[in-house]
Design a protein around this ligand. Structure first.
Ligand SMILES: C[S@@+](CC[C@H](N)C(=O)[O-])C[C@H]1O[C@@H](n2cnc3c(N)ncnc32)[C@H](O)[C@@H]1O
Length: 246
């Protein structure tokens, strides 16, 4: 490698736009922010949560549905849990006019989207880092969303990469390397795998990579902050809202 070229790339590549960083007291406050984001979107009447069941049982979808008195609330999850069905029943009495939909399916499959109606807004919370075809998933989510997409997930710190807009496939990294990246994070120790497995962490995207993927698909950043300290020193945790560019 030509050292002059490498140092030019390092120097010029270091000049990347950074979002404001805020610090919260633990993951409970992050969940509160994730909940507030869709509930504060202007003028929406419908919302779909892609992968909103595990552990949170539709919390983010249902909070916005109640707050904004949405007409249509949709969940797509490969594993729609009974706790989510029970959570819908708890809010149904307050919202007799709201249409609730649960789709059990894998959003890596483009055919799944053919049967989906459009919504004003969509949630992509802690799901994109698990998909081997994540650009196609985001493209299909964009196609079914009229106005806004809320996005949140751990993203690898920009400092790991010389070039901006980088991403790394870390699912097949050595255990020793993964353990370093897990330092003080909530990435759990997982069994090694030999094939793509969307149940485990697959990608380390940078925030600049995610911004560029949405830009390439015709969506602009409407709101964005980085939450510091929630996933250890190696990871940023962005909370982003993208808006369709007309
Ligand atoms: C890490 S959890 C995130 C839960 C929630 N969105 C949050 O932010 O806490 C991932 C969720 O996405 C679902 N999921 C992951 N990959 C999926 C896929 N390819 N198709 C459909 N659902 C998927 C899982 O079943 C799970 O409910």
């Amino acid at each position: 490698m030509d050292i002059k070229l490498l140092s030019a790339a390092v120097k010029i590549g270091a000049d990347r736009s950074r979002l404001e960083r805020i610090f919260l007291n633990g993951y409970g406050e992050v969940m509160q922010k994730k909940e507030d984001l869709p509930a504060q979107l202007p003028g929406i009447t419908s919302l779909r949560d892609y992968g909103g069941c595990y552990l949170v049982h539709g919390r983010y979808l249902l909070h916005a549905t109640v707050t904004c008195r949405l007409a249509y609330a949709s969940m797509v999850d490969v594993n729609p849990l009974p706790e989510f069905a029970a959570a819908i029943e708890r809010v149904r009495a307050q919202l007799p006019q709201t249409e609730f939909e649960t789709v059990g399916g894998d959003f890596r499959e483009p055919a799944l989207f053919q049967g989906l109606r459009e919504t004003d807004a969509s949630l992509l919370y802690e799901v994109i880092l698990h998909q081997e075809n994540y650009v196609e998933v985001i493209r299909n989510v964009c196609a079914k969303t009229r106005k806004f997409i809320c996005f949140a997930q751990p993203c690898l710190a920009e400092e790991f990469f010389t070039l901006p807009a980088s991403a790394v496939l870390l699912q097949f990294h050595s255990e020793a390397l993964k353990d370093v990246l897990r330092t003080n994070s909530f990435w759990p120790k997982e069994p090694p795998v030999e094939r793509f497995n969307s149940a485990h962490w697959m990608w380390g995207h940078t925030v600049s990579h995610i911004l560029d993927v949405f830009k390439g698909l015709g969506w602009m950043l409407r709101h964005g902050v980085l939450i510091g300290g929630v996933c250890g020193p190696c990871w940023d945790y962005p909370l982003l809202v993208f808006e369709r560019v007309v």
